[in-house]
Design a protein around this ligand. Structure first.
Ligand code: IPE
Ligand code: IPE
Ligand code: MG
Length: 256
């Protein structure tokens, strides 16, 4: 039975993570929230290493949402500072590990110095082919879909035939253009919601929720999630019989 389930489960090429619980982790230790974010960065480093080890090709990390701009300015500033430190400290490692950075989200709200650092890091790592790390910064799923719809509307008024607009064409206007859809979405910290992450892209992602707070998440927890994923049966709207007769082709074909 479990072998059959394994056969029906598409290989995991894209893992997406809502890294939540930094603040509660810090509170539990009697530390300021930013200490939780600092510890959370250490978890990112560990998870990236493990993804490289197991051959995951895309790792999307929700690092800062459009709604997170509403947090106290001190926390927002500290998060941006941590981001800059992260980019500087991981640069060589990303080059050595053939890791490519891609940033999604509304960059116009980021400061000029953060934008510059991101553009540089993306350019420096553009040749990376082992793992693409997709950092969602100033990112909101609705905002991304709206921006895509506006771009598309411009194309239509410039002459694009509306009848030709389908899922695939629409997806080309999203920030994630060219990136396969996530196979598995993990959210830490016990919250069971999407919080505006990759709304279009997670249509058929498997969802995995754990109570573990992000700073406590590690390789072992990741493997727990991956094992859970392997037991899932992805149907993509089809019947079991259809999946049986076409083997794993259907689920794999629909995974991106
Ligand atoms: C996730 O941890 C990191 C960001 C949203 C930047 P939180 O900061 O949301 O931590 P909690 O949810 O308050 O514990
Ligand atoms: C989602 O976490 C955003 C990130 C992990 C960056 P939040 O902590 O902002 O989400 P809510 O407010 O609990 O839904
Ligand atoms: Mg949170």
């Amino acid at each position: 039975m479990s072998e059959q389930v394994k056969e029906n489960c598409a290989p995991l090429q894209h893992l997406a993570v809502i890294m939540d619980g930094n603040g509660r982790w810090a509170k539990k230790q009697g530390l300021p929230r930013i200490a939780g974010h600092q510890q959370g960065v250490q978890t990112v480093v560990k998870v990236v290493d493990e993804c490289l080890q197991v051959g995951i090709r895309y790792l999307s990390l929700f690092a800062f949402s459009s709604e997170n701009w509403g947090r106290p300015q001190q926390e927002v500033d500290a998060l941006m500072e941590l981001l800059l430190q992260f980019l500087a400290s991981q640069r060589q490692k990303m080059l050595d590990g053939s890791i490519r950075l891609r940033v999604i989200g509304d960059r116009s709200r980021l400061s000029a110095s953060v934008r510059r650092a991101l553009t540089e890091a993306e350019a420096d790592t553009a040749g990376g082919s082992a793992l693409t790390m997709v950092l969602a910064l100033s990112y909101g799923g609705r905002d991304e879909i709206l921006r895509a719809a506006k771009q598309l509307a411009e194309k239509v008024s410039a002459g694009l035939d509306l009848q030709t607009v389908d899922d695939d064409l629409f997806a080309q206007f999203l920030d994630t253009q060219g990136i396969p859809e996530p196979d598995l979405l993990i959210r830490t910290s016990g919250e069971k919601r999407i919080s505006n992450f990759l709304l279009w892209q997670v249509a058929y992602a498997e969802l995995y929720f754990t109570d573990v707070l992000w700073p406590d998440f590690d390789a072992q927890e990741l493997h727990r999630a991956l094992e859970d994923y392997r037991q899932r049966k992805r149907r993509f709207g089809l019947t079991d019989d259809q999946l049986m007769t076409s083997g794993s082709d259907l689920s794999e074909g629909e995974s991106h």
